[in-house]
Design a binder for this molecule. Structure first.
Ligand SMILES: Cc1cc2nc3c(=O)[nH]c(=O)nc-3n(C[C@H](O)[C@H](O)[C@H](O)COP(=O)(O)O)c2cc1C
Length: 239
């Protein structure tokens, strides 16, 4: 979906350049402190039941993880492990803010909102570094998102990113996302190692998705028009 949803966005390189500059100029150390305060507010004020740190889809942490957007030479860039340093610092900060009893996880993807076909340059070795490092950081769950979650993660390989996450973070709860509103596809990804399937469009189109699935009743297809002219809740969705 990241791919589908972003076909509307600019691919002229300006966004990529913006991300590159942002990553290069960001005061990385301060980011962990800001996340710590955000996590405290999420738990304390908003009474959330857990924290999912967004490390996917081309957002800031993913810009640090990605080789071509993280060109830093100050210790926050370099090898895959060095590019993971800010993600780990944020995990540590959030954990320190919310304590050991609160579930903390991270969303991870290869694709980005401005580059939905991106693949980690190191292939499976990068998957090992990413998932192994995040598991070692003490995350309770990892949420992997790919456009089609069952597809091989890398050209020439057979394993999906979810399967690789299971392999290299075997003790961490694994959530998989990406075009899994077809129950057969969801079952395939669960068989491949995921514990939980997350739905975007399927749940937007069917707020009662689990009940429909249990009862075997038909499910509505996602209607793109709910996103325009702005992505608010339409009267017909409340009917
Ligand atoms: C209306 C809409 C808004 C979304 N907004 C975001 C977002 O702000 N950040 C993000 O990382 N993903 C966003 N996504 C992507 C979803 O989190 C999800 O990864 C994607 O829809 C693929 O899952 P699906 O195939 O079950 O829909 C959005 C998806 C939809 C449909």
């Amino acid at each position: 979906m990241v791919g589908q949803q972003l076909r509307n966005q600019r691919h002229d390189g300006a966004l990529a350049e913006h991300f590159r500059r942002r990553g290069a100029q960001h005061a990385a150390g301060g980011d962990a402190g800001r996340r710590k305060r955000g996590a405290r507010r999420a738990i304390g004020t908003a009474a959330f039941d857990g924290i999912e740190i967004h490390g996917a889809n081309g957002y800031l942490l993913d810009q640090f993880l990605t080789a071509h957007t993280n060109l830093r030479t100050d210790g926050w860039g370099g090898t895959t492990h060095q590019r993971l340093k800010l993600l780990v610092a944020v995990c540590d900060a959030v954990r320190a803010a919310v304590g050991d009893d609160m579930p903390v996880g991270m969303r991870i993807s290869q694709g980005k909102v401005n580059d939905f076909t991106h693949k980690w340059g190191g292939g499976e070795a990068d998957a090992e570094a990413v998932f192994g490092t995040l598991a070692d950081a003490g995350l309770d769950f990892i949420h992997v998102t790919e456009f089609e979650a069952w597809q091989p993660a890398f050209p020439g390989g057979a394993d999906s990113l979810a399967t690789l996450a299971r392999r290299y973070a075997p003790g961490t709860t694994l959530i998989a996302n990406g075009n899994l509103h077809d129950p057969a596809r969801a079952a395939q990804v669960l068989d491949g190692g995921a514990h939980i399937v997350a739905l975007g469009r399927g749940a937007l189109a069917n707020p009662d998705f689990p009940r429909k699935l249990a009862e075997g009743t038909g499910r509505a297809a996602f209607d793109n028009t709910i996103l325009g002219p702005i992505a608010d809740i339409k009267a017909r969705e409340l009917a």
